[in-house]
Design a protein around this ligand. Structure first.
Ligand code: HMG
Ligand code: NDP
Length: 421
């Protein structure tokens, strides 16, 4: 299949669904979940979270033009924000001609932290933990034979001594390969199970036993070259690099720059039924590991003047466990992306984050963000103004032509159309 579909956005919803169905073999049932015709059952919703009274629908769009590790992919993105899907498709188009995105994952390894207090001699306690390392790892693995049968499980220990205001804390890291699961439940179960053993080895008192979302042994990396011509020429490319340097040097700018990266990342994480907060916490913590909050992406200029981008961030996502298997739309999303491992999913998500950042920086470095973003957001404003679906395009076209995308003006145009003027 080819994901490079010029004008995909100009097709009707039905035509887009037909293309994706033809290429990815979606069933009637999957399509009806995606369209919302068949809602998730209230029994399932009630089993997923607590005190359920309903559901909220978020649109799922397909980002076109993605080639990742040589394979063309349709990328499902769940987001409430206009222009995010358009932006990803736009930048992916500029990378497509240069071979698309290339990705890797450093591993599927998570850390569980066990906090131990009341130890008089923490350095000796640290040594004792290492003497019992194999016993601790075996206990952890006893708790998750399924994970072990898939080649995962607890594989190592780290012991950190952390001075705090009131204590010299011993913090043990369980290093766990969670394979195709995100792994929080698996790691938390192990950490709680071994806590009494840790207490008896160290003589201390265990308090917190929990996964760390700074998943620095599960780093997803993606890189791509974006054609200078498609990005708007030499000056825009140079401006993009200076916009990156600004973000890398100034946390006020980096927060917004990384918000743009996360526009893409969170949308795919959500569509795939993964935990958006876990990935977001990991991303922002990783952006600060140097002691200063920085850009998650890097931008350079290639020898032949094209734009070269790369991204590296923790990507704790799974294709098993959590809501990934229970939510019917998440299952359809993985099928649309043709994903068969957590590693592959992590790479795709990183690629989308890089593309999203490229598109935002291009807009900021050229005409400004408002032209593209606001002309798409204007559709929302027309809905807010009470426009009929059939009139939305006409209202937006007039506001764009007038270069006045304020709500007040859109309301006036809407009301004038409704009066038949
Ligand atoms: C919005 C565009 C894409 C328009 O861009 P354009 O230049 O008007 O688009 P074009 O007509 O030249 O089309 C180029 C390609 O864009 C895509 N495209 C074009 N239009 C659509 C559409 N309606 N729906 C879906 N896809 C669309 C599509 O792939 C198309 O290729 P084609 O199909 O023609 O071969 C561009 O202005 C853009 O990329 N802007 C960036 C928007 C953005 O970053 N939005 C995020 C929200 S703002 C924010 O939260 C983050 C921020 C900005 O603060 C981060 C930061 O500060 O770093
Ligand atoms: N700080 C955080 O990020 C926290 C997040 N969470 C939540 O935890 C959930 C994710 O936890 P997670 O442990 O992934 O979910 P699950 O416990 O639902 O799934 C993981 C389990 O699936 C089983 N499994 C089956 N096949 C495989 C395979 N191929 N690879 C790996 N495991 C396999 C394993 O064993 P078995 O069958 O024995 O279970 C494994 O323990 C999310 O819902 C997240 O929101 C929870 C607490 C904190």
């Amino acid at each position: 299949m080819s994901s490079r579909i010029s004008g995909f956005y100009k097709l009707s919803v039905e035509e887009r669904r037909e293309i994706v169905t033809k290429e990815r073999g979606l069933t009637e049932k999957e399509l009806s979940y995606l369209s919302g015709e068949q809602a998730m059952s209230m029994e399932l919703a009630d089993a997923m979270i607590e005190n359920v009274i309903g559901q909220i629908a978020i649109p799922v769009g397909i980002a076109a033009n993605f080639k990742i590790n040589g394979q063309d992919k349709f990328i499902p993105m769940a987001t409430e924000e206009p222009s995010v899907v358009a932006a990803a498709s736009n930048a992916a188009r500029a990378a497509y001609s240069e071979g698309g995105f290339f990705t890797s994952l450093s591993g599927t390894i998570m850390r569980g932290q066990i906090q131990v207090l009341n130890i008089a001699d923490p350095f000796a306690a640290r040594a004792k933990i290492f003497e019992h390392k194999q016993e601790i790892l075996d206990l952890c693995n006893e708790k998750d034979p399924t994970l072990v049968s898939f080649g995962g499980g607890a594989i190592d220990l780290e012991v950190h001594i952390i001075p705090t205001a009131n204590h010299m804390m011993l913090v043990i890291h369980l290093i766990v390969d969670t394979k195709d699961a995100m792994g929080a439940n698996a790691v938390n179960t192990m950490a709680e199970f071994v806590a009494p053993t840790i207490e008896s080895i160290t003589g201390g008192r265990v308090v917190c036993k929990i996964i760390s979302n700074l998943a620095d042994r599960r780093l997803a990396r993606a890189r791509a070259v974006f054609s200078a011509e498609a990005m708007g020429g030499k000056e825009v490319v140079e401006n993009i690099v200076s916009a990156f340097e600004f973000a890398d040097a100034d946390p006020y700018r980096a927060a917004t720059h990384n918000k743009g990266v996360m526009n893409g990342i969170s949308a795919v994480v959500l569509a795939s039924g993964n935990d958006t907060r876990a990935v977001e916490a990991g991303a922002h913590a990783y952006a600060s590991v140097s002691g200063r909050y920085k850009s998650l992406t890097k931008w350079e200029i290639t020898q032949d003047g094209n734009l070269s981008g790369s991204i590296e961030l923790p990507m704790a996502v799974g294709i098993i466990g959590g809501a990934t298997k229970t939510h019917p739309v998440a299952q359809a999303a993985l099928k649309i992306m043709d994903i068969s491992s957590a590693e592959e999913l992590a790479g795709c998500i990183a690629a989308v984050g890089l593309a999203e950042n490229a598109a935002s920086l291009r807009a900021l470095s050229a005409e400004g963000i408002q032209r593209g973003h606001m002309s798409l957001h204007a559709r929302n404003l027309a809905v807010m103004a009470g426009a009929d679906a059939a009139d939305i395009d006409r209202i937006v076209a007039q506001a764009v032509q007038e270069k006045d995308l304020r709500y007040d003006r859109i309301l006036e145009i809407t009301q004038s159309i409704q009066r038949g003027e």
